[in-house]
Design a binder for this molecule. Sequence first.
Ligand SMILES: *[C@@H]1O[C@H](CO)[C@@H](O)[C@H](O)[C@H]1NC(C)=O
Ligand SMILES: *[C@@H]1O[C@H](CO)[C@@H](O)[C@H](O)[C@H]1NC(C)=O
Ligand SMILES: *[C@@H]1O[C@H](CO)[C@@H](O)[C@H](O)[C@H]1NC(C)=O
Length: 356
Amino acid sequence: MVTFTRCLGFLASLAAVGVHGLAYHCADFSSLLVNEAAGITYTDNGVPERFDTILANHGANLARIRVWTAGDYNLSAALAVAKRAQGVGMQLLVDLHYSDSWADPGKQYIPSSWPTDLAGLLPTIYNYTRDLVMAFNAQGTPITFLQIGNEINSGILWPVGEISQTGYGPLSQLLHSGVMGARAGSSTLKTMIHLANGWDLPELTSWYQGVLSVEGGLTLADVDTMGFSFYPFYGTGATLSALQTSMMNITQTYRKNFMIVETDWPAVCSGVALSEPSIPASVPGQETWVEDIRNTLQNVVIDDGENGMGVVALGICYWEPGWIGNAALGSGCQDNLLVDSAGATRPSISMFSLDM
Ligand SMILES: *[C@@H]1O[C@H](CO)[C@@H](O)[C@H](O)[C@H]1NC(C)=O
Ligand SMILES: *[C@@H]1O[C@H](CO)[C@@H](O)[C@H](O)[C@H]1NC(C)=O
Ligand SMILES: *[C@@H]1O[C@H](CO)[C@@H](O)[C@H](O)[C@H]1NC(C)=O
């Protein structure tokens, strides 16, 4: 009887989770203007349409937009993409690289116009973040989520904030300063810390333990939400079950809402060992992968026992679904896009309307 009652309770909570779903169906289409400038066009069911509109029509409600301190993804470009995204009804997740170009665990270089010592970088990251947030406010496209760095497993603003060179101290202070700048620019946005390898619990655990133990550095209160990348083609450890174990542990330890802010699955792939080999590298496989992540995340809900749902998974972002000309998207797979090479939407575009 006890077992039976507990079983009913378990089923009821599963049903509640299913109804809740994930709030954000997100696409990172930062390359929108670059693609349009290159003359790329898109069709949906044979009808020509702008890519931002296509995504929104299929259910995307959050745009992830990267910002560099120079180049194609500069602030004015990001503001323009933000206006387009808001125009089709999306909220904004802005992804600060704090670099003139790509930042990830293998590279995090100080912008060429910034100071190169900690004393100079602390006020600079504060001002830059504050002023950027205010620029989004000023054009009427306020930021909902702001990433303080992109895939910062190895630190930011190298070598000053590079963990292997200077430990966690400078990194933690720089992140705290960035958060303070964000809060000075907006009282409503949610900060996000973004790490790669969301499936790798030991890596995530040692990172958070290191960063959060610095006097005068990043505090748990600075972190409104946590973001993670989860790709299937950079290592076979990136299984769904490892993701579930990792997210369960991190959410129980830190009790923050979280999001998978980058993922892809190949439509075409040969010569790469994918982390979930039972899912085909195919257009249907793309939707299966995202649906499986959705199901995995929905198992990670923590009920706080007082107000119903406590910590929840907020959403999933598909990374650069329309970047024709760069279909590998940094992977060894040939094509990870949700459109074909002529710009026609694939059936997997409907992943944004999954009940997720
Ligand atoms: C900023 O980005 C836009 C759009 O990608 C590009 O046209 C422009 O040249 C960039 N500006 C600079 C200074 O790099
Ligand atoms: C930061 O901005 C303030 C104005 O709010 C200015 O007085 C200060 O000089 C700036 N500091 C840096 C390092 O840019
Ligand atoms: C999380 O994992 C660590 C080891 O990585 C372990 O020590 C800890 O007990 C786990 N916490 C929870 C809540 O599962």
